[in-house]
Design a protein around this ligand. Structure first.
Ligand code: DOR
Ligand code: ZN
Length: 428
């Protein structure tokens, strides 16, 4: 592996409080030096000219569906991580709703094997219950030993009170976060979009905001009973649930949450006339909820931006709205959307936007040694042009699937280089 000298960039390391012109030397898979421009002498290194570009920690996406094992026609670990690298990510956390469900250490290990061809680091999140059936716990200690960094039944909620309490109790001593897909399915059954006037007009059954907030409130009540437990709310989408998280945190409970780019950038109006590329779970909400996501991001309540990258094949999405599967892709545009909506439109400082895509998700899920640019740490780096405007074309995506509501969107902020553990994973 050749050494790489990233020269002349603006280095932003939110965790280290750094935002200044610096050169960065990557050697043997590690960050070897960060020095004043021109100071590093490394004649053997390849030079990357980062003039006018931002050099930041490789981005971390704590919520992606890579579809392997079992659904390689939608995505593989190789194609999903290639899309992630193009989006500036160097770490993705892979959800367990694969086929079979990742509920066993062998599967967790299989996902991380070199044969999968991942171009960046994949950290599996294991199923909280066997087959994600919500009945019997999986073996958390063995799954952690195999590399799982959290447990969840994502795609489905852990619905029963007793099993959720058991989950929190079993995960706490191991330091594993419990990630909840907060949806009371007793309230959403048969629904395919946000409940409200628009769903009524379109003749679709709706999913009320209370289905999310009531489960978050239930989980927080259970969390109170378990010392040392950590609840992480996945893809939070409603003001009510956000208020519950904010209040719980004020009381000192260990609750964290993530918001997707689509939930801070879009509303249910994007569905238009039954566009299945705007169908996902949780659904796009009303403007007041979208605005609440922005508020939660700006005031720090939201810990992470996570894509919920959920690839589905064209033939699956080209069905009646109610029959089409939930989910949209998101890895290649997360940075561009965050830059455009949060930095440009809402004037959020660049370092804070980047923190939501690197140091804060790492902190939220306890990913040690990731999300920063400390000398000696793994050489996970993204270099991007914060000013470049570009148009996202789904057809050009590295993902196997093209199910996105952002096809043709103009974005700001484009990735030029992604380095994962010293290796160039993407370069434009
Ligand atoms: O939109 C979604 N897609 N929401 C989920 O909870 C699951 C995911 C998927 O796996 O497709
Ligand atoms: Zn989910």
């Amino acid at each position: 592996m050749k050494a790489l000298l990233i020269r002349g960039g603006r280095v932003i390391d939110p965790a280290g409080g750094r935002d200044e012109p610096r050169d960065v030397l990557l050697r043997d898979g590690k960050i070897a030096a960060i020095e004043n421009p021109g100071k590093i002498k490394a004649p053997d290194a390849e030079v990357f000219n980062a003039k006018g570009l931002v050099v930041a920690p490789g981005l971390i996406d704590i919520h992606v569906h890579l579809r392997e094992p079992g659904q390689g026609y939608k995505e593989t670990i190789a194609t999903g991580t290639a899309a992630a690298a193009a989006g500036g990510f160097t770490t993705v956390c892979a959800m367990p709703n694969t086929v079979p469900v990742n509920d066993a250490p062998e599967i967790t290990r299989w996902m991380q094997a070199p044969e999968r061809g991942a171009s960046i680091r994949v950290l599996p999140i294991a199923a909280a219950t066997r087959g994600s059936m919500g009945e019997a716990l999986t073996d958390y200690a063995a799954l952690k030993e195999a590399g799982a960094i959290a447990v969840t039944d994502d795609g489905k909620p852990i619905l029963g009170d007793a099993i959720m309490l058991e989950t929190l109790r079993a995960a706490a001593p191991l330091g594993l976060p419990v990630i909840q897909h907060a949806e009371d399915t007793r309230l959403t059954g048969g629904g395919s979009m946000n409940a409200g006037a628009l769903a009524f007009r379109l003749g679709l059954r709706g999913m009320p905001v209370e289905a999310e907030s009531s489960l978050v409130e239930r989980d927080i009540a259970l969390l109170r009973q378990v010392r040392g437990a950590h609840l992480h709310v996945a893809h939070l989408s409603t003001r009510k649930a956000l208020d519950a998280v904010r209040a719980a945190r004020k009381q000192g409970l260990h609750v964290t949450c993530e918001v997707t780019p689509h939930h801070f950038a879009l509303t249910e109006e994007r569905i238009g006339l039954y566009d299945t590329n705007a169908k996902m779970n949780p659904p796009l909400r009303a403007e007041s909820d979208r605005a609440a996501m922005i508020e939660g991001i700006l005031d720090g309540t939201v810990d992470a931006i996570a894509t919920d990258h959920a690839p589905h094949a064209t033939h699956e999405k080209e069905q009646e709205f109610e029959r089409a599967p939930n989910g949209i892709t998101g890895l290649e545009i997360a940075l561009g959307l965050a830059m455009q909506v949060l930095h440009v439109r809402h004037k959020m400082p660049l370092a804070r936007v980047l923190a939501l895509l690197s140091s804060r998700p790492a902190e939220a899920l306890g990913l040690k040694g990731l999300g920063g640019l400390a000398v000696g740490s793994a050489a996970n780096v993204v270099v991007f042009d914060p000013a470049e405007k570009w148009v996202f074309r789904a057809a050009e995506s590295r993902s196997k699937s093209k199910n996105t509501p952002f096809d043709g969107w103009e974005l700001q902020g484009r990735v030029r280089l992604t380095v994962s553990e010293g290796r160039i994973a993407y370069r434009r």
